[in-house]
Design a protein around this ligand. Sequence first.
Ligand code: ADP
Ligand code: MG
Length: 633
Amino acid sequence: MAETSTGERHEFQAEVNRILDIVVNSLYSKREVFLRELISNASDACDKLRYEAQLDSALLKDDPALRITITPDAKKKTLTVSDNGIGMTHDELVENLGTIAGSGTAKFAEQLAEAEKDKAKKEKSDVSLIGQFGVGFYAAFMAADEVTVTSRRAGADEAWRWTSDGRTGFEIEPAEADTPRGTTITLKLKKDAKEFSEALRVETIIKTYSEHVALPVWLAGDGEARQINEAAALWTRQKSEISADQYTEFYRHVGHTFDEPWLTLHNRAEGVIAYTNLLFIPSSTPFDLFDPSRRHGVKLYVRKIFITDECEGLVPPWLRFLKGVVDSEDLPLNVSREVLQNNPVVAKISKALVKRVMNELKKKAEKDPEGYTTFWEAFGQVMKEGIYEDHERRDELLKLARFRSNAVDGWTSLDDYLGRMKDGQEQIYTLTGDKAETMKQSPMLEAFKAKDVEVLLLDEPVDEFWTMSADAFEEKPFVSVSRGDIDLSTIGGENASDEEKTDDEPSGDTAPLIAMLKLALEGEVKDVRESKRLTDSACCLVVDEGDMNMRLQKMLQATGQLGMQSERILEINPKHVLITSLSDIAKGDGATRDVEEMAHLLLDQALILEGELPKDPAAFARRLSDAMARAVG
Ligand code: ADP
Ligand code: MG
C-alpha cells in the first residue's frame, strides 16, 4: 500500500472483503477473465460519457475519440487498462470500488451468502460461483498484488487516485493535475501472473473479450500501438458473420452475467420503423428478478449510440428477464430519457419485440418441449404476471403457460389439459396452494379423483392474481375446486357411476347436525353444508363463489393489505362415519355439549388441512385429548 500521508484510508465493506478473500485465494483456472471485466467496465464508461455528451457536448470536446487502451509492460510487470470515458469522482471511487455496487457483483455476493448458510456447499461454491457470475472490478485482484485506479470524471477539475492491495481497504489521494479524462487501472501483477504483462499473451486474450465491443481497443506497449478489434457494434453485423461464442460473449457483456443465453434473437426490421434487436433470454433466474426496483436489461441505442438502459416503455414488466440491445434508426439522438417515456416510436418497437419474443417462445415450445420447460421453470412466474397485466395478450400468454397437475408428472399446457377433459366436462378446474406435491393429497380433490377429472395445481403466489382476472381459456371457464358449489354430476368419465355420487343419501339426514354445527361455530364460519367434493375426508373449508380465495386472503393479510378474512364455509361429508355418527347423536336429546366440542374439532382439523393453525391451539389440544381419552377409556 502506498505510504503517502496525503492519502485517506477507507475500509472495504464486509461483503467486498469476503469477495476479495475468495478472489485472492482461489486458484481460478481461467483467471484471465479479469480482463473481460475491466474491458467491460471501460466500455460502459465510454457509453455513459457518450450519452451525457448528447446533452452537454463540452464533456467530450477535448478528446472526442472514445477508446480503450491496454498496455502490458513486461519490464515493470504491470498491465494497464485505460479508457477516456466518464471517469469517477472522489465519492464515486469510494462508492463504486469499496462497496458492492455492480449488478454482477451483487449477484455473486448474494449467492455467497446463500452458500454461507450451508457449510458443506460453501467450499465448492466459492470458486465455481466466480465462473458463473463474475466479480466485476474486484476480479483484478486475481492477477494483481496491488491495483491503482486513477480517474478524472468528465468535466471535473480534480483527479483522484485509488490504491489497494485487495486485503483490508484502499487509500485515496489527489492525482496529478494533468491526469486525462477517464480511468486508468494499473495492475501490479502477482509473481505467478506475469503472463499478463506479455504483449502476445494479452493480445490473444483481449481478442476474445473485445471482439464484440463497439469501441476501438488498442494494444500499446512494445512498438507501435494498434487497434486489435473491429470496433463495430456486434448487432450491426450479419448473423452469418457472428459466431456462437461471439454472441455469448456479447450477452455476458451487456447482461452483466456469466451464464449461457437460453435464446438469442437477432433481427433487423426495415419497415415503417427501422431498428435492430439483439435480445437474449438467460438460462438461469437472476437473483433480483422479483426485486420491485428491478428493471429489464435491454439497452436502447440510437444509430449505434447508447442512449439508456432505463427505457421502461421498451419492454413490458413481465418480460423483464430479457437482456440485450435495441438500436433504433428513427429516434433523434438527443432524445432525453423523460421524452422516451411516452414515445410512439418506442411503443411501436416494443409491440413488435413482444410479438417476436412470443412467437419464438411458441416455436421453442413446439420444437423442444423439454427445453421449453427449463425456460418456464426459470421465468414462468414472471410471464404469469402478464396474464393479468396485459389483457391484450392474455390468451397467447395462457397458451405459452405451463402448469402442474394431478394427472401428469411434469408440466402441462392448457391445450393438453383440454385434450384430456372428460365427456361432459365444461370447466378447467384449479386448486391453489403452496406446493404441488402436497396439494395432490388435498381433500378438495377427492371427488375429482373419484371421477378421474384433472385439476391444475397452482402453487405460485402469482397464481392467485391471474386466476382472478382470467376467467376462461378457449371458452372453458377456470373454476377453483375450493370455491362455491362443485357439481360433477354431469361429467361422465369411465369412472362415472351415477348411483354412487348423485343425491342418493337423503340430505335431510344431516339437517339436525348441520343446524347444531352452525350454532356452535357461529361467527367462525359463514355456513355449514353438505359437501359434494369429499369422498374420504370428513370435512373441509371452502369459500363462496364471489369471495376471495383463502390463500390470497392469507397472503394479503401477511403483507398488511387485508385486515379481516372473509368468512369460510365448512363442508361436511355426509357419508363419512364420523359425520353419520354425529348425525345420529344430533338427532337424540341432550347431546348438544358433545356436538359442540366436536364442531370445534372439525373446524380445527379443516384449518390444519389448509396449512393453518387452529384458532385456539390450547383449546384444540384439550378437546383432542378428551376425545382420545374417551376413545381408549
Ligand atoms: P458492474 O460493472 O457490474 O457495475 P463492477 O464491479 O465491474 O460492477 O464495477 C463497479 C462500478 O465501478 C461500476 O458500476 C462503475 O460505476 C464503476 N467503474 C468501474 N470501472 C469503471 C471505469 N473504467 N470507469 C468508470 N467507472 C467505472
Ligand atoms: Mg463490470
